[in-house]
Design a protein around this ligand. Structure first.
Ligand SMILES: [Zn+2]
Length: 296
């Protein structure tokens, strides 16, 4: 712990604020600030307001020595980092707490422990390959790689038949991941990826039917599960839903038709999916069905 305190102190001491200026956030008055801390009608301090670019931060050279415990920073980090997943619902301290650390294989949610990198992707492909093999698909026949740009979906297929998986993909369980790849392979096999046109534009969809809303909220509750404040979580869920109904970047009717066909096939592909992933599929089936009609 001492090491971190020392490190934090060194960071603080290396902050040099020039000319006694106070950093302002955008929109604040950029002039003198008169402050009366003691409410006696005399100014205790006068700040000269300034912007962030007027502050010079001079970091200390990186410390690479050995601490009193005989460890370097890196050694200390690796010796104190838990090597398995930390229990998401720890006991209150009255019971035996040996299961505060759970191994990734028996976490209830079967969350994919894999990282968004090449090694993580090979691990995922090794895990989904037997699931897809059982459905008659040889994953090694397809080119699957990490997406290098920003993408908000789970995966996508490029016109040259390359399948790209996005960051979101790594949040799912192996069965869901297998189904996501199944979906992309369906697009490749049916040459759907030749239909990439997007015309811009803007469509506001009305609220989906109750059962679709309910299904989608299963997904959104899972997606925002780390937000512990219920009110804040509900706000995120509401604005996420509203954002999804506000469609910009309109595709062709054929593109939506292909998605509807593929999601319908995916629903019946025999791979057992999580209820939250199914919730998302149900919502997208409804959404793309609506957009197919509206763009026809
Ligand atoms: Zn698709």
């Amino acid at each position: 712990m001492q090491k971190w305190i020392d490190y934090a102190r060194s960071l603080v001491s290396s902050l040099q604020i020039l000319r006694g200026r106070r950093p302002l956030s955008r929109g604040e008055y950029d002039g003198d600030y008169y402050v009366d801390y003691t409410y006696d009608d005399t100014y205790d301090e006068i700040y000269d307001g300034g912007w962030f670019d007027e502050i010079v931060v001079t970091p200390d050279p990186i410390w690479d020595g050995v601490g009193a415990d005989g460890l370097t920073n890196d050694e200390w980090m690796s010796s104190t980092t838990p090597d398995s997943t930390v229990d998401p619902s720890p006991e209150d301290g009255t019971s035996n707490e040996t299961d505060d650390v759970v191994s990734p294989d028996n976490t209830e949610v079967n969350q994919s422990p894999h990282n968004y990198n090449e090694a993580g992707l090979s691990d995922v492909l090794r895990a989904v390959s037997p699931i897809l093999q059982a459905k008659g698909i040889d994953v090694s026949q397809y080119k699957i790689r990490l997406n290098e740009e920003m993408c908000w979906s789970n995966a996508r297929t490029l016109p040259d038949n390359t399948i790209e998986v996005c960051q979101e993909f790594f949040k799912y369980s192996s069965n869901d991941q297998a189904s996501i790849i199944w979906h992309e392979i369906y697009h490749v096999n049916h040459e759907h990826n030749k239909e990439m046109t997007s015309s811009g534009g803007h469509i506001s969809l009305s609220m989906p039917p109750d059962e679709i809303c309910l299904s989608f909220k299963t997904y959104l509750n899972w997606y925002y599960k780390d937000i512990s404040d219920e009110k804040a979580r509900d706000d995120f869920i509401d604005s996420h839903l509203k954002g999804d109904l506000d469609v910009t970047d309109i595709r062709s009717s054929q593109w939506y038709h292909n998605e509807v066909e593929t999601y319908q096939a995916e629903k019946n592909n025999g791979i057992e999916k999580s209820d939250y992933y199914e919730g998302m599929v149900d919502f997208l089936l409804w959404k793309y069905g609506e957009l197919e009609k509206l763009t026809d």
